[in-house]
Design a protein around this ligand. Structure first.
Ligand code: ADP
Length: 648
């Protein structure tokens, strides 16, 4: 046979090639005869570690993972039936490691079997790792309520790699796809605008954003609190931004945070109430102590009394600090800005503290930039902060002295006053500097014993600085001294408008209506305005105010806000609805509620400005001057009637 068809018989070359292939293949070749291994190629030894001596003469089953013996039995059965078979199973290598192999088996001749094994261990490892990662993801989702998503701007679809089941959006699990509309419909209506805005920003710029919002929770029909962080991922083809995000259910954290804030609020409320309660009897005790001073006392008794008065005053100061601080914390401290000469304000504070400084052999000097002018600030609160800063500087200086400097600065186009208090005192250690503005914080524990104080002063000063539209800060070198500075928003005002004496007669002949239900306030306002030269009429409530305004054409109306029968807002709206020229009369709100959001609502009701109660002549004049100036500008611009009621 071999001679008749040479083309089908393997040539020398074929045999040579087969031998080379057998020797050099990365796949394992095993030849089995009569059930035992008779030949292996080097790949076998390379991958499994078993040598020729270890292997030849043994059944291949000896090298197969015991867990896979059933697979091998099936393989042999198929081989017997079909002449060939394939399977995937594990091999045991010599060092005990497990190899995953894909095996192809073929009968070759009488009792010979050829086995080819391909190493697929790496493939199996990858599969196992990705299964692991998937399990970790599941765990993350279940335990921490985290899921990942990707938004495709081309299709307008979100791919979400989770079930959102904890956030409770839907019941289905695994990854899903939803439209942008579906996504936003599950967000709380009040949060949709904010989330949408942040999202579109990322779509347009790719910049990352983090938002917290409420998301519908199917379990109980309530709202889950979600926190989402996302960023853009630029598509190479279109240049558009995909958005890649991670969302976490933070309901529990958010609820805990809210509870903590509520508790803190309740605590500071309690502190404020208690301090108020303590202050009244405290004042009684102090009063009695002062009375005792005029009694006949032994020298020893007098010394004890002095001590008691000193302690009482410290306690009273501490109480005031606590009340102030909790008021500020609760947002209940309101400012009453008025025209102030900042230089004399600083001088007066320094004047109060100078005796203390001089008694200790220290200097206390003030320096002010020339031409500072007047400014619209709350003098009570500004004085309080300066008192604290200059007081501290004196307190913490043992030799040398204190310099207080005042200048005007501009920040973002707004006028500010800047006070700088430098001392040559003990200074503040670097490690204490970062917490200095925290409440109850003192630079070192021995401070209270050495110098006294509550540690609230700087915390209050910082809040006040912020309330006054400014900032506070310091620099300090231990042993050399400290410089504390504070800046507050301080719009310039006309000094002339602020000087009441000079302002006398400023409103000569001006016809003013005061609408105010409280007789005392009515009287005070009337007197003040009359002193300035105005002719004053009064009305007891909003209703009467509207009638009076309609009857005679006033130059200016002062309107209380809270009144019986008709409040000031309604009265203002009605006056604005009256025929010309009455409807154009400038109206100033007179109120103790002069916080900015309230001020906005007064202006929205048609008022032209606000004077804060308790009334001060300086504030009155400043506001009137401002309204007069504005009306004059309007009149000039529109070429209409003259300013405030045509005053000549
Ligand atoms: P206190 O009522 O204790 O003075 P403050 O809040 O005013 O409370 O100050 C907090 C702490 O800051 C002080 O106890 C002191 O340690 C430190 N401190 C404040 N001002 C100065 C200063 N000018 N020099 C050195 N230390 C200062």
């Amino acid at each position: 046979m071999a001679g008749t068809n040479r083309a089908n018989a393997p040539s020398e070359l074929d045999i040579e090639a087969a031998r080379w292939f057998f020797q050099n293949s990365v796949d394992i070749f095993v030849l089995i005869r009569g059930g035992i291994i008779s030949r292996i190629n080097p790949a076998w030894t390379e991958l499994s570690g078993w040598s020729v001596d270890d292997t030849v003469g043994r059944p291949i089953e000896d090298f197969i993972h015991p867990g896979d013996s059933q697979i091998v039995r099936d393989l042999v059965n198929t081989l017997i039936a079909d002449g060939k078979a394939r399977a995937e199973h594990r091999l045991l290598s010599k060092d005990g490691a497990v190899l995953w192999v894909r095996s192809r088996v073929k009968r070759g001749g009488a009792d010979a079997t050829i086995v080819v094994l391909q190493d697929v261990t790496a493939e199996h490892q990858r599969a196992a790792e990705s299964a692991d990662a998937a399990r970790t993801n599941d765990l993350l989702r279940e335990a921490a309520g985290i899921y990942v998503w990707r938004f495709d701007p081309e299709t307008g679809l979100y791919d979400i790699d989770t079930d959102l089941s904890r956030a409770g959006a839907r019941g289905a699990s695994g990854s899903r796809t939803i439209t942008a509309d579906e996504m936003s419909s599950e967000i709380h209506p009040d949060d949709q605008g904010r989330v949408g805005e942040a999202f579109f920003h990322t779509l347009a710029t790719g910049e990352p954003r983090v938002v917290e919002y409420r998301h519908f929770r199917a379990e109980d029909g309530g709202w889950a609190r979600l926190r989402a962080a996302w960023r853009g991922l630029r598509r190479r083809e279109s240049g558009k931004w995909d958005v890649l995000g991670l969302t976490q259910d933070v309901s529990e954290v958010a609820e805990a945070r809210d509870a903590a804030l509520d508790a803190a609020e309740a605590k500071s409320q309690f502190l404020a109430n208690m301090s108020h309660e303590i202050r009244t009897p405290m004042n009684g005790v102090l009063g009695v102590l002062h009375l005792l001073k005029s009694e006949n006392l032994s020298p020893d008794g007098r010394r004890l009394l002095e001590e008691a008065v000193g302690c009482g005053q410290m306690l009273a100061e501490l109480l005031n600090d606590v009340i102030d601080f909790s008021k500020i914390e609760a947002g209940r401290l309101e400012l009453s800005p008025e025209p102030v000469d900042p230089r004399s304000l600083m001088d007066s504070v320094a004047g109060l503290l100078r005796p203390q400084a001089v008694a200790r052999g220290l200097w206390l000097n003030t320096h002010a930039e020339p031409d500072l002018g007047w400014a619209l600030v709350d003098p009570v609160r500004l004085r309080q902060v300066l008192f604290n800063l200059i007081g501290n500087a004196v307190k913490f200086t043992l030799t040398g002295g204190v310099d207080a400097r005042l200048s005007r600065v501009e920040r973002n186009g707004a006028d500010r006053l800047r006070f700088e208090i430098s001392d040559t005192g003990v200074g503040i250690a670097p490690e204490a500097q970062s917490d200095l503005f925290q409440r109850f914080h003192q630079a070192d524990g021995s401070t209270t014993r050495r110098f006294g104080g509550s540690g609230l002063g700087l915390a209050i000063s910082r809040r006040l600085a912020e309330l006054m539209g400014g900032e506070i800060g310091f620099s300090s070198t231990p042993g050399e001294g400290s410089t504390f500075w504070i800046e507050v928003a301080a719009p310039r005002v006309d000094a002339r408008a602020a000087e009441v004496d000079e302002a006398e007669g400023l409103l000569d002949g001006l016809r003013v209506l005061i609408v105010e239900d409280n007789p005392t306030n009515r009287l005070i306002a009337t007197r003040m305005l009359q002193q300035l030269g105005a002719v004053v009429e009064t009305a007891d409530d909003g209703q009467q105010g509207v009638e009076a305004a309609a009857r005679s054409n006033f130059d200016l109306i002062f309107m209380d806000i809270q009144m019986p029968v008709m409040d000031g807002m309604e009265a203002t709206r009605r006056i604005r609805a009256l025929p010309e020229p009455v409807c154009d009369t400038p109206i100033l709100a007179m109120t103790a509620n002069a916080m900015s959001h309230q001020a906005d609502s007064y202006l929205a009701a048609g008022m032209n400005g606000i004077v804060a109660k308790p009334l001060s002549p300086t504030a009155l004049v400043a506001q009137i001057a401002a309204v007069v100036a504005r009306s004059a500008e309007d009149a000039a611009a529109e070429g209409r009637r003259e300013g405030v009621g045509g005053r000549k």
